[in-house]
Every structure is written in structure tokens, then in C-alpha cells.
Write a protein that binds this ligand. Structure first.
Ligand code: AGP
Length: 621
């Protein structure tokens, strides 16, 4: 997500604050962003110096070369991954308040910003941008105008904000202070000699100091040249032991993980939580991110077609089960590159849902255009703000997985499934298929998923150990049923992409219709076992599949729900995931398969972030 850097030093006003912040932003570029900005506290006590530009850091550097900022004592900088508001100069951070005396930068999503914005508008505040960040800035200014210090003002607004945020702010009248706050979004403190640093991760300041402090949930920090003060949001001082960062800069970019792939697999609880955050309002209505399809149109649709490729298509396959069950609307999932060549039956009553992490997959772009030529409304579920598919669709529901650097998609996949669930819940509420209490129950069940994903990650060593023993395997089969079938497809795709091993995923029920001929002595077969609480005893049918392949010599590895001990009678090894509503289980059962593919590829010495022959976005047909 966004990159954040803060600095304060003891020297006379000079260029170091700007230099430290700009080099920190450069180190954070890998995180992906679409605009950048900096604010410097100079000797002007009424206005901070500020510069910001849409696009890459080089645009800001050019701006600063043409219009340099005055020397300063403190500075904050930001690279923005847009969520609210397009990537423009106006929407770039920092945002100013109090007539330019205060500057603020923000990473995250302030869920109650609309109500707070209305409150400020009623007080006559004028806004220059569409962002939730500017709302926080004016709230801060209002507290400072009431006589509070910047740190007290930050504590006051932190008590009012809802959602996820890392905030940094400076005040022209407090030239030796930078104040920060965090909730559900990272902020770390770098400890220097006569100077101190803040960053969204240690990469921001690792070239200056490796001594750091973590800021915890709902804490506020004030850094000055001589010290760091951490408090809770009521102002109670918190003592915290520093730690020494022994990562190199490259590892720090990956959050201490060896690869972006592993970092992004571990980002999945946050990716799902962020995608859910603030999406359904108090009336049960889905908060789309851009455009709108009128409710009368959505009420009139009689079919949904999902168009996507690869992993994104498998997310659509998972979503199909949920939407058909909740909304009683037929859902087709079509590979985008096949869609328009089959002369599909599409009308104004067909809702087309385009799923794409990059938003630039040409096959999916062309499918969107074909659907719109047929008069169908198109909703895009994309991860990249302002991408082609997001721009051309009639409405957009962004996944908030943050930049996905590794070519093989993981956190975007879980975020896509989450977004499709949200769309299904919204349609079910809109069309009256579900009562408010049922909607609330589904949302509560979804809110519990991130912690369950974390539990899978925390207990992943057994499947990693298994992977390290299988580096010489030449083919692996993956079986699943119902929502487990797309999981099997995705598990096979990950193994193909990362370990270059032939892998095939298919519906477990299909086994006896041919694929069982593939099974021979020692053949590894992964089976995604449905929950024993599922419908029509699918569980016993898939247990039979395990027995069938086991009887023919296969090595059987089962992904099962915690407590489901029956599989242990038939499987070589069982990997457990927490229980969840049947339709939501793919968000958990795919994680062991991602880790299996990652670990096996790493054991083979392959570059898991940039697998051979693959591009992150396939921008040609
Ligand atoms: C997934 O691991 C692959 N990188 C690939 O299948 C990808 O999901 C597909 O190309 C679609 O990309 P998109 O989501 O950016 O449209």
C-alpha cells in the first residue's frame, strides 16, 4: 500500500529533512503507487512548504528541481496507492489544513470519512480533494485551533476515526516535531542521534538507522530531535523496548520474508480485511468505488457472466457458488479469451463481472468491450486503481490487496473472492433474497475469516516440510468438489507456475470418468475435502475418492476442516484448516496449496517472484 516517511533533526534548517524523505520514498517505490508528495517545516511559522505530483517519484523530483522547497527541520513524504479518488495532483498527499499551516499524510481507509466530511462542511470547511485524508487534516486543524498541541490534536482525532490508518502530520508552528498515529496499518520509528525517523516499514530509514520501535494499535507517537514519545489515544505514555533491524534493505522491502511471494501470502489476512473494510453501509448497501449501476438495472438482471483469466477466473468459479446460492441468479464463468468467440447470449439484463488483478489483461478488456457492445452493464473487480478495466467498466469494486509484486497471484486471489462475496451479499439484499439479519450474519462470518487465514499461516510448517521432500515429483493431481473444485484448479496452477511441475486440478466426481487412469504407484494426489457439515454428504463422496486413488497406489494428501478426523483413516497426511461457512472455505483451503507450491519451487531453487515465461499482466491477446 502507500509509502510513508517522516523525519525530524536537530540541525539548523537545511536540506537533510527533504533528502532523507525523498530517499526513503525511493526505497518504498517497490510497494507500487500512483502519486507522491512531500511537506517540509521551514522557518515560515504560518505555512509548511509542500510539493506533490501524480505519477512516479521522478515527476515530484522534477517539480522540486524547478520549484525547490525552502530548507527545513522536519519533513513528511508519501507515495499513494489510490483508494478514494483518482491518482491526480489534487488527490496526492500531503494534504494541507489550517490555511497551509498543517500538512498530513495517510495510509489506509477512514471508514467514517463521509459523516466527518459532512460535519466539517457544515462548519464551512472547504475541501480541495475527494480524499478521506483531507477530512483527517481538517479535523486535526480544528483541534489545533482549539489550542491543542499537534500531538494532543492527533490523539483527539484518532478517537473519532474509524477504519484503518497510518497518519503523519506536521505543524509549521512546531518545527521540531512530527506526529503519527496508527490503527490496522503499520508505522515504525527509526531511532537516530539528534534525529529520528518514521516509516510505513523499516525500508524507509534503514540506510540511516537500524534501531527501531514498533508503534502498536491505537497509539500516537511524537518524534523530536532528542526523543520519541509514544502514548495511547488517551495520552497515557507507553514504554517500549527498541529492536535492532538485521535485515538488508532488499529483505526489508519484503517485510523480512525471503520473497515477495511469501510476503504476499502472509499479507492475505490484511488483504481480505481491507477488502471488507467499510464496504457495506448501515443500510446493507454495497459501497462501490467508482461509477454506479442503478438498482433498477441490478434488480432486472436475469443472468451474471463472469469474465476473467487464470487465477482470477478461479475466483469467479468460487463466487459462482455463493452468488447462485444467495441470489438465485444463474452465474456463468467464462474464460475471457473464449467469451466473445462463442457468440455468447448477452443482453441488457446480463450483468457482466470482470475480475482482474492488474486491470490490464487484454483478453479481459476485450471481453468487457464485447459485453458493453451487447448492452450489458459491467462491474469490474480489480486491484489496480485507474486501470483500463476499471476505467471502462460501468462500476468498480476495488480489491484492496495492495500492490501484488510476485507474478503468481495469491493475496489478490483471496481479495477477489472476498469482493465477489460482497457483490453477492449486496445483490441478495437488494433483490430481497436475504433478510437483514441473514446479511449481517454473512458479513460477521466474513469478518472472522482473516484471523482464520492467519491460523493457517501459523500452522503451515508440516506442508512446507512435505514440499521439501517432493522436489523431484514430475506430476501432481489436485481434486476438489463444489467450492473445493476451483481450489484444486488454483492449487494446480500455482504448482505449474512456480515449480514448473505438471499438475492437474479437476472435479473429484470426474475421477472415475477418465482421470483415474493417471493414478499409479506413488502418484501424489491432493484432495480438498468438503466440510462434513456441507450438503448432500459430499464429504463421504470425496472420502470415497480418497480411498479410490489410495487403492491404486496414490500418495494422498488431504486438506480438511479442523476436527474432521475421518480422512486420517485414508490419507497419508491431513492438513487442517479452521472451520468456516462452506461457501467461504476456499479462503482457507487454498492457503496450504499456495505454500506447498512456494516451498517446492524454492526447494528447486527457482525464482518464485519472477517465474520463467510469465508476465504479471498479459497485455496482449
Ligand atoms: C495467476 O497466478 C497468474 N499470474 C495468472 O493466471 C493471472 O491470474 C491471470 O493472467 C489474470 O491476470 P489479471 O488478474 O491481472 O487479469
Amino acid at each position: 500500500m502507500c509509502g510513508i516517511v517522516g523525519y525530524v533533526g536537530s540541525g539548523a534548517p537545511g536540506g537533510r529533512p527533504q533528502g532523507v524523505v525523498m530517499s526513503g520514498l525511493a526505497r518504498l517505490e517497490y510497494r507500487g503507487y500512483d502519486s507522491a508528495g512531500i511537506a517540509v517545516v521551514t522557518e515560515d511559522t504560518e505555512r509548511v512548504a509542500m510539493s506533490k505530483k501524480a505519477g512516479k517519484l521522478v515527476n515530484l523530483e522534477k517539480e522540486l528541481a524547478e520549484r525547490p522547497l525552502a530548507p527545513g527541520t522536519a519533513a513528511i513524504g508519501h507515495t499513494r496507492w489510490a483508494t478514494h479518488g483518482a491518482p491526480t495532483d489534487a488527490n496526492a498527499h500531503p494534504h494541507l489544513a489550517a490555511g497551509g499551516r498543517i500538512a498530513i499524510i495517510h495510509n489506509g481507509i477512514i471508514e467514517n470519512f463521509a459523516a466527518l466530511r459532512a460535519e466539517l462542511l457544515d462548519e464551512g470547511v472547504e475541501f480541495l480533494s475527494e480524499t478521506d485524508t483531507e477530512v483527517a487534516g481538517h479535523l486535526l486543524a480544528r483541534e489545533v485551533d482549539r489550542g491543542l498541541s499537534l500531538a494532543d490534536a492527533m490523539r483527539a482525532i484518532t478517537r473519532r476515526l474509524e477504519g484503518a490508518f497510518t497518519l503523519l502530520a506536521v505543524d509549521a508552528r512546531e518545527p521540531r516535531s512530527v506526529v503519527g498515529a496508527r490503527r490496522n496499518s503499520p508505522l515504525v520509528i527509526g531511532l537516530g542521534e539528534g534525529e529520528n525517523f518514521l516509516g510505513s516499514d523499516v525500508v524507509a530509514f534503514i540506510e540511516h538507522t537500524r534501531d527501531a520501535l514498533e508503534l502498536h494499535q491505537d497509539e500516537v507517537v511524537e518524534i523530536t530531535p532528542d526523543g520519541v514519545t509514544i502514548t495511547d489515544i488517551r495520552g497515557l505514555v507507553v514504554e517500549r523496548e527498541p529492536y535492532h533491524v538485521d535485515w538488508d534493505a532488499s529483505a526489508a522491502q519484503k517485510g523480512g520474508f525471503a520473497t515477495f511471494m511469501e510476503k504476499e501470502i502472509h499479507d492475505q489476512p490484511t488483504a481480505v480485511a481491507d477488502t471488507l473494510r467499510g464496504r457495506i453501509d448501515e443500510h446493507g448497501r454495497l459501497q462501490l468505488d467508482g461509477g454506479m449501476i442503478h438498482e433498477t438495472i441490478l434488480n432486472s438482471i436475469d443472468k451474471i457472466i463472469v469474465v476473467a483469466c487464470g487465477t482470477a477466473a478461479y475466483a469467479g468459479l468460487v463466487g459462482r457458488y455463493a452468488i447462485e446460492h444467495w441470489c438465485r441468479i444463474p452465474v456463468e464463468v467464462e474464460l475471457a479469451h473464449e467469451f466473445r468467440y462463442r457468440d455468447p447470449v448477452v443482453s441488457v439484463r446480463t450483468l457482466v463481472v470482470a475480475i482482474s488483478q492488474s486491470g490490464e489483461t487484454m483478453d479481459t478488456i476485450m471481453a468487457v468491450r464485447h459485453a458493453q457492445q451487447q448492452g450489458a452493464p459491467v462491474i469490474a473487480i480489480v486491484n489496480s486503481q485507474g486501470s483500463t478495466i476499471a476505467r471502462e467498466a460501468d462500476a468498480v469494486l476495488y480489491t484492496r490487496a495492495g500492490p501484488e509484486i510476485a507474478v503468481a497471484s495469491t493475496k489478490a486471489f483471496l481479495a477477489q473472492i472476498t469482493a465477489v462475496y460482497l457483490l453477492g451479499i449486496y445483490l441478495a439484499e437488494l433483490r430481497g433474497n436475504k433478510f437483514p439479519d441473514e446479511i449481517e450474519s454473512l458479513l460477521d462470518q466474513l469478518d472472522a475469516i482473516p484471523a482464520k487465514i492467519q491460523r493457517v499461516l501459523d500452522t503451515s510448517e508440516p506442508i512446507r516440510e512435505l514440499a521439501r521432500t517432493m522436489a523431484n515429483e514430475r506430476t501432481v493431481l489436485f481434486l476438489g468438489r463444489h467450492v473445493g473444485c476451483p481450489v484444486a484448479l488454483e492449487g494446480a496452477l500455482k504448482l505449474k507456475e512456480l515449480a514448473y511441475i505438471h499438475a492437474e486440478g479437476f472435479a473429484a466426481g470426474e475421477l472415475k470418468h477418465g482421470p483415474i487412469a493417471l493414478v499409479e504407484e506413488g502418484q501424489p494426489v491432493f484432495i480438498v475435502l468438503p466440510s462434513p457439515r456441507g450438503r448432500e454428504s459430499l464429504h463421504s463422496k470425496v472420502i470415497s475418492n480418497v480411498q479410490e486413488v489410495r487403492a491404486r497406489g496414490a500418495r494422498t494428501f488431504v486438506i480438511a476442516e479442523e476436527g474432521d478426523k475421518e480422512a486420517e483413516n485414508y490419507a497419508e497426511q491431513v492438513f487442517y484448516v479452521p472451520s468456516a461457512p462452506v461457501l467461504m472455505t476456499p479462503l482457507l483451503s487454498v492457503v496450504p496449496l499456495q505454500l506447498f507450491a512456494l516451498e517446492l519451487a524454492a526447494a528447486k531453487g527457482y525464482d518464485v517472484d519472477q517465474p520463467r515465461n510469465l508476465a504479471k499482466s498479459v497485455t496482449v491477446e
